[in-house]
Design a protein around this ligand. Structure first.
Ligand code: FAD
Length: 602
């Protein structure tokens, strides 16, 4: 048997820290988890906020790619990293605003769009010493966080908290200032903004071109959420069907349930509250119906599993593998939808290409249809003769490494460049675009500056070993949710961890930043470490079985004197994917040839 091995370098150590590798902004999640474990919430939250000015928001609604990459997932369930971030945020005493930055550079930079991507770019540019002006079309900053995400998932004071922190760097903000065909990018350039970052998101809901789409009672999903979030009264009927299977469709469906209860609640006295609550609970138990239909099967739905479960708990009925054939109606009003069953959604190359099953028509009756089938950008502020090129789907074409559009002084990022994605990606885009803008301007000023820290790996290494007995046996903690009868209006559904839950969960962390380092000069190849390893990640093999030639040369040169009398040379191999950092090998070693060292990458 042959073993393929690789020489370890800093990159390998870094790759092993799954949470940091998975996070688009490289958050040192393991570090704030360790601090939470010590009860140091303020320090923990500062670590979370260092690479991400939207850290409070991410503690609530992040799609948490860190958890998908968490190595603990290979041994059961990943760490509840998002919930731990929220715990740190809620217990942090860090109320000090960020100090206003000194302006070092004379170039004026415009950011178009005050969503997560635009504000992140503005924040990091401002921190570098540029004066940034944010142009925002609405009366509030936050973009889809405010306009799209419902309040029962993201309380508005949390958005406010992150935005105040961002604004404390001293950027100029022009609210209610949309760029459009009357106030274009060229107009902004004439005002002296020579460098521009476009981050206007995808604000327009797509429409399906089906028969009946203009009947009364047919809404666009994004417009519906925008109106509810802006506080307008939106009247929907008693049986609603939401078309679409992503998170937006789920947000629409769950908002409809709350909207119905809101409509009934226009002038409720305090005495009547209990009766209204009871009536609402009865409504939620079946008097009013909300359905979601989507072409995808359950496993293919582009919404997170947790959101689907919560929607179903709230009484929403999901119809999978259905395609909308037409909307049926009478006298201009919706009566229902006609569907066809779906055989498959994606082709062999994974491209969206639904195959429908003929003669499987089915009618679902309803009085409201809400279409949540995707979003696209609105870019009427680009002149028809603009040098800025678009992709086929209407997003802005950029160089994905530098975020530069086809016009060199204009950059773009977030949803307007990549299509609808998520907050942490939008933040990462804003941050990387800020670095690229600074690099371009530094070069123009004739300054040489080493930047783009996103790709730099600087390791700080120190010996440190902490071991929580039986930590690998502790069960994953999940945040509790509000009971169904209290899910009314804007009440937040997901709750914060208790301190005890936080400690238990942080004890589960594998501490992937800690590495076992072997000293081949001291090692006597006794095999004690191999015997004690609980996951069998260590093995001693004949040297001939090792396939990496380069490593063999190094190894032989180090060990040939020591083992020259032995017939066979041996090698200790470690399978990093199986290591749980328990430290048993380190404690067992009779000659201290193993140390546990912690690497921090910045
Ligand atoms: C209903 C819904 C639920 C979501 N849920 C989640 C979730 O749970 N987790 C998650 O991570 N992501 C979620 N997302 C996605 C997330 O909100 C977006 O990916 C993110 O906000 C994109 O950031 P952005 O800055 O690129 O664009 P946006 O957030 O869209 O911000 C764009 C900003 O530009 C402004 N603007 C637009 N046009 C102009 C103009 N012409 N002139 C000036 N200003 C303009 C807009 O008013 C807005 O403020 C959700 C999105 C929606 C719609």
């Amino acid at each position: 048997m042959k073993f393929k091995v690789k020489n370890l370098d800093l990159l390998n150590f870094h790759e092993n820290i799954g949470c940091q590798k998975g996070c688009p902004v490289g958050t040192n999640a393991w570090k704030y988890i360790s601090l939470i474990n010590l009860g140091k919430y303020t320090e923990a939250f500062r670590i979370a906020r260092e690479p991400n000015p939207f850290a409070s928001i991410c503690g609530r609604i992040c799609t948490h790619p860190c958890e998908v990459n968490c190595r603990k997932g290979d041994f059961g369930n990943p760490i509840s990293i998002k919930a731990l971030k929220r715990l740190a945020e809620e217990h942090s005493k860090d109320t000090e605003p960020y100090l206003k930055q000194r302006i070092k550079y004379k170039e004026k930079i415009a950011v178009i769009g005050g969503g997560p991507s635009g504000l992140t770019a503005a924040y990091y540019l401002q921190k570098r010493g540029y004066q940034v002006t944010v142009f925002e079309s609405t009366s509030t900053l936050g973009g889809m966080l405010w306009l799209g995400v419902p309040e029962y998932r993201l309380p508005r004071e949390i958005i406010q908290k992150d935005i105040e922190f961002i604004l404390s760097t001293g950027m100029d903000v022009r609210l209610n200032t949309p760029l459009n065909s009357n106030y274009t990018l060229e107009d902004i350039k004439k005002e002296g903004f020579e460098t521009i970052f476009i981050a206007v998101g995808t604000q327009k809901g797509k429409e399906l071109n089906v028969e009946g789409k203009d009947f009364d009672g047919v809404f666009n999903g994004i417009d519906f959420l925008l109106n509810v979030n802006k506080g307008y009264q939106v009247k929907v009927g008693s049986k609603v069907i939401v078309v679409g299977g992503g998170n937006v469709a789920l947000d629409v469906a769950r908002t409809v349930l709350r909207q119905n209860t809101n409509n009934n609640n226009s002038s409720v006295s305090e005495e009547a509250q209990a009766a209204v609550d009871a009536a609402r609970t009865a409504l939620r138990l079946g008097a009013k119906e909300v359905h979601i239909m989507c072409v995808e099967s359950r496993g293919e739905m582009p919404a997170t599993g947790w959101e689907i479960q919560e929607a179903e708990k709230e009484g929403i009925i999901i119809h999978n593998s259905c395609s909308l054939k037409k909307i049926i109606g009478e006298k201009g009003k919706v009566l229902g939808i006609e569907t066809l069953s779906v055989k498959s959604v994606f082709d062999a190359n994974g491209v969206f290409n639904p195959i429908l099953i003929p003669k499987t028509e089915n009618i679902l009756y309803c009085d409201t249809v809400i279409m949540a089938v995707g979003q696209k950008p609105e870019l009427d502020f680009l002149n028809s003769d603009s040098n800025i090129k678009l992709n086929l789907n209407g997003t802005i074409k950029i160089n994905e490494e530098h975020y530069q559009t086809t016009e060199s002084n204009v950059f773009a990022g977030g949803d307007v460049a990549f299509g609808p994605r998520n907050v942490i990606q939008a933040v990462a885009d804003g941050k990387k675009a800020a670095d690229s803008i600074h690099l371009m301007l530094s070069e123009k000023r004739g300054e040489k500056e080493e930047i783009l820290p996103v790709k730099t790996i600087k390791a700080v290494c120190h010996q440190q070993f902490e071991f929580k007995p039986n930590y690998h046996k502790i069960k994953r903690q999940d945040a509790s949710t509000l009971s169904l009868d209290r899910r009314i209006g804007i009440s937040e559904v997901e709750q914060c961890f208790t301190i005890e839950q936080g400690i238990a969960e942080s004890n589960r962390c594998l501490r992937c930043q800690i590495y076992t380092v072997f000293n081949s000069d001291t090692c006597i190849l006794c095999g004690g470490c191999v015997d004690i390893c609980p996951t069998s990640c260590l093995s001693i093999v004949d040297f001939d079985q090792v396939e990496n030639v380069e490593l063999k040369k190094t190894f032989i040169s180090i060990n040939s004197n020591k083992f020259e009398n032995k017939q066979k040379l041996c090698s200790i191999l470690k399978d990093d994917t199986q290591c749980i950092q328990c430290g048993q090998c380190f404690r067992r070693c009779p000659v201290n040839a193993i140390s546990m060292e912690s690497f921090e990458f910045i």
